[in-house]
Design a protein around this ligand. Structure first.
Ligand SMILES: Cc1cc2nc3c(=O)[nH]c(=O)nc-3n(C[C@H](O)[C@H](O)[C@H](O)COP(=O)(O)OP(=O)(O)OC[C@H]3O[C@@H](n4cnc5c(N)ncnc54)[C@H](O)[C@@H]3O)c2cc1C
Length: 371
């Protein structure tokens, strides 16, 4: 396969190493193999017909032919091994189950030191910075049965593979259906919304997640399954702190259930972030149910400003029974600002976040009353 060629910078050849897919991806093993060479710049590609397994990495090397010492192929293999291991994340085993049962089986075996991969929009950056170092990835993207959004028994049911972008268009009727697209466009940028999933956001539990705020405000149901059984968890039990939930390592969040809101509900959403697409520094979701021009039920949720999304019960009580005038909305904002324990970080001081909450609550309520 190796042939001496006179190139611009002396005699060299280009060889290709491939890393074949591990067994879980349909390959026999994750082996490093020399599969062919292109001789010089104008040479021919030489494939290796025996490589029928999926190839996950290709490493072309341009090597001088007068390499000293041990055999050419041994040196080439050492260089390729080094280059192929120079990935940003630490190396990991990769599994791609096609059914929920297979995923649960893998989680039961590897969940302790492994992670589920959904859209990868939070996990992969964390792995690239080596903040997350899972020994195994269990990629659920091939489990078609988890890819759905449907209305059922007065609820909107959202499967683990429903991407953010899906909610930019209509997925449901009523007030909830009209509300979701207004929120979805605040999540990152289009490529992130195209891959990232609703359930992945809930599992990740970023304090600035719009979906976590929505789920907490509407008291969503979280369907969690493992080989040990299934449970339906509520937000006040589920969210423990920033990026922390009650999910166990062997558990898969398969579905989120949001109550469909009737036409008597009015909704408002206000978010403040420094630039479009940035994570929110503070946001508020407001849901008001009116009867005879009076508020008979109110739900006010705060996100971004605290370590987890929360409802502001005192502000909800203030609004219930009122006609919902601007001065009472300002007062609800004041109550929310005084109730919360704001985060303080490089993006904003606690006092700044408190002020933002004051403004976001009043703004979301203004919006809700106008609809
Ligand atoms: C530049 C940038 C900007 C962003 N801006 C925003 C924003 O403004 N608002 C916002 O909300 N998000 C934002 N995100 C995050 C994005 O929304 C992610 O998609 C989301 O947080 C995670 O969803 P995912 O499907 O990508 O999950 P992954 O990244 O695949 O996984 C995240 C975590 O959840 C776990 N997990 C995923 N799915 C499940 C499941 N079904 N069951 C159990 N565990 C699971 C994974 O193991 C991992 O620990 C941003 C991301 C980037 C890179």
């Amino acid at each position: 396969m190796r042939r001496r060629v006179q190139g611009e910078h002396g005699n060299y050849m280009i060889v290709y190493f491939v890393k074949t897919a591990p067994r879980a991806m349909g390959g026999r093993r994750g082996a490093l193999r020399l599969v062919g060479g292109r001789i010089g710049l104008g040479g021919q590609d030489r494939g290796d017909a025996s490589i029928s397994r999926p190839v996950i990495t290709v490493c072309p090397l341009r090597l001088p032919l007068d390499l000293p010492g041990r055999s050419f192929s041994l040196i080439a293999r050492n260089i390729a091994t080094h280059r192929l291991s120079a990935m940003k994340p630490v190396s990991f085993r990769y599994f791609a189950p096609c059914t929920v049962d297979q995923a649960l089986e893998l989680l039961a075996t590897h969940g302790g030191e492994g992670k589920i991969l959904a859209g990868g929009q939070s996990l992969v950056p964390a792995m690239n910075f080596r903040l997350a170092r899972p020994a195994s990835l269990i990629d659920i993207n091939r489990i078609d049965s988890l890819d759905y959004v449907r209305e059922d028994e007065g609820e909107l049911r959202i499967g683990a593979l429903a991407r953010h972008a899906r909610f930019e268009g209509p997925v449901a009727g009523g007030a909830l259906g009209a509300f979701l697209p207004r929120v979805a466009r605040h999540i990152g940028h289009l490529p992130i919304r195209t891959r990232g999933t609703f359930c992945g956001s809930i599992a990740h539990a970023d304090p600035a997640s719009e979906w976590c705020l929505l789920a907490a405000t509407l008291d969503a149901g979280f369907l969690v399954v493992s080989r040990r059984g299934r449970r339906n968890v509520r937000p006040n039990e589920y969210f423990v702190g920033a990026l922390t939930t009650i999910l166990e390592p062997d558990e898969l969040l398969t579905e989120i259930r949001l109550p469909l809101l009737g036409e008597d509900w009015r909704t408002g959403f206000a978010e403040f972030s420094r630039r479009a697409g940035d994570f929110a520094l503070a946001m508020c979701a407001a849901f008001l149910r009116f009867e005879d021009d009076r508020i008979v039920e109110a739900r006010i949720g705060i996100g971004g400003a605290t370590d987890r999304p929360s409802r502001i019960a005192a502000a909800e009580a203030l609004l219930t029974g009122s006609e919902g005038a601007p001065d009472i909305f300002r007062e609800a904002g004041n109550i929310a600002a005084e109730t919360i324990d704001p985060l303080e970080d490089i993006h904003a001081s606690a006092e700044y976040r408190r002020d933002l909450v004051r403004a976001m609550v009043a703004r979301a309520l203004d919006q809700a009353s106008a609809r």
